[in-house]
Design a protein around this ligand. Structure first.
Ligand code: PEP
Ligand code: MN
Length: 397
């Protein structure tokens, strides 16, 4: 793997047990430790979903993105569900991603790396521990159930085994349907699950590989620098991402780069900025400038979804396509001005004909019609293609 001419890496990474004994945000309160131990053991001996060589191949593709020679398109459900793990749903999402990638490749004259938010996106960070009924909040099918009953909402460690099995089924379909080369990624949230799916790399490699996905990212709510999630990501050999919200300081961003890309490997680190359309033009430039001055080649990816969420009068969590487009435009403006590569996007979308976001034919009164997401609102096909058309213009300049 190609390295920058940076000073030698710092100390060897901490052992896993130490790294993940740091403060662990957003972890399920499993009712029974014996059950968790049994599940961890089963996952430790289970076949991984992906192999180290595939993760290395993705790092190489993301290195092209980092140096401005490719674009990365990441997308899929906010939260996958066990019941939604059907042929038609997976096919719809993959086909949409592929259509979008084709438009962007034509517009930019650059290869587009497809990264499906699929085959493992089964756990969600939440802003409150309890819901309006006083029940533990839904945290994703890997942890508990969506239905508002005490039994469904109780965290069940066996769900980690179901998540692994469902992911394996999805992964098999991804490979078969796309003929290889579509990569998968999800948020690395549940540490019991992710740690049990680490696998050693080739002899001599000091870092373990994730067996759960090609790409893992750390979310906005679990990115504290002294926390277990960053400690975990630091250990991985896979390419990793970190979501950066509008409160991120340039100094913090630099610290993520030092910690998560200590060896200066282009493509190793993706900074996923999700600033919101109102703030992106102010908040992003000093971050990009400081990171660029460090000399690391990171992937700059824009998530124009998570900074633009609000609750509609109908009570539905939603987003306006218009705001998504504005954040994307701001992201392109900033990177063009600073001479850095606006290398990709991270979108919540589905090929299903849902009514979760506003715009492109969906108004507030339409939201209840097909509001099916288990968590955040997704772009439907028409909305995603509208975003793609605008992205194509931005890429062409
Ligand atoms: C997500 O990607 O679904 C998510 C929770 O994002 P963020 O960590 O950026 O809030
Ligand atoms: Mn989301």
């Amino acid at each position: 793997m190609m390295h920058l001419g940076l000073p030698a890496a710092g100390p060897a990474p901490l052992p896993l047990a130490v790294a993940v004994s740091r403060p662990r945000a957003q972890q399920p309160e499993w009712p029974d430790q014996a059950g968790v131990r049994a599940v961890r053991e089963a996952l430790r001996t289970a076949p991984p979903l992906v192999l180290p060589a595939e993760a290395d191949r993705l790092t190489a593709r993301l290195a092209e993105v980092a140096r401005g020679a490719a674009f990365v398109l990441q997308g899929g459900d906010c939260a996958e569900t066990f019941t939604g793990n059907t042929e038609s749903h997976l096919r719809g999402n993959l086909d949409l991603l592929t259509r979008m990638a084709a438009v962007l490749a034509r517009a930019g004259g650059l290869p587009v790396v497809r990264l499906a938010r699929m085959a493992g996106q089964y756990a969600k960070p939440r802003s409150a521990a309890m819901d309006a009924h006083g029940l533990p909040v839904y945290r994703g099918d890997m942890i508990n159930g969506r239905a508002a009953t005490p039994a469904e909402r109780a965290p069940d460690p066996d769900r980690m085994l179901r998540a692994h099995a469902a992911s394996a089924v999805a992964m098999n379909f991804v490979r078969a349907w796309t003929g290889g080369e579509v990569f998968t990624g999800h948020e690395a949230l549940v540490l019991d699950y992710e740690c049990a799916l680490l696998r050693p790399g080739p002899p001599g490699d000091r870092r373990p590989y994730s067996g759960s996905a090609h790409f893992l990212w750390i979310g906005e709510r679990t990115r504290r620098l002294d926390g277990a999630h960053i400690g975990f990501a630091e250990l991985l050999a896979n390419p990793v991402g970190v979501k950066l919200g509008p409160t991120t300081t340039p100094e913090e961003a630099v610290e993520y780069v030092r910690r998560l890309d200590p060896d200066g490997v282009p493509g190793r680190l993706t900074l996923v900025t999700r600033m919101g359309h109102r703030r992106v033009r102010d908040v992003l430039p000093p971050i990009v400038e400081k990171v660029t001055a460090l000399g690391h080649q990171v992937v700059w990816q824009c998530d124009p979804m998570h900074g633009n969420t609000f609750v509609a009068p109908t009570g539905h969590k939603t987003r306006r396509v218009e705001h998504v487009l504005d954040e994307l435009a701001g992201y392109f403006e900033v990177h063009r001005r600073l001479g850095t590569h606006p290398g990709g996007v991270h979108l919540e979308l589905t090929g299903d004909d849902v009514t979760e976001c506003l715009g492109a034919g969906i108004g507030e009164t339409d939201l209840p019609n097909r509001y099916e997401t288990a968590c955040d609102p997704r772009l439907n096909t028409r909305q995603a293609m509208a975003v793609t058309a605008r992205l194509a213009e931005l890429i062409r300049r």
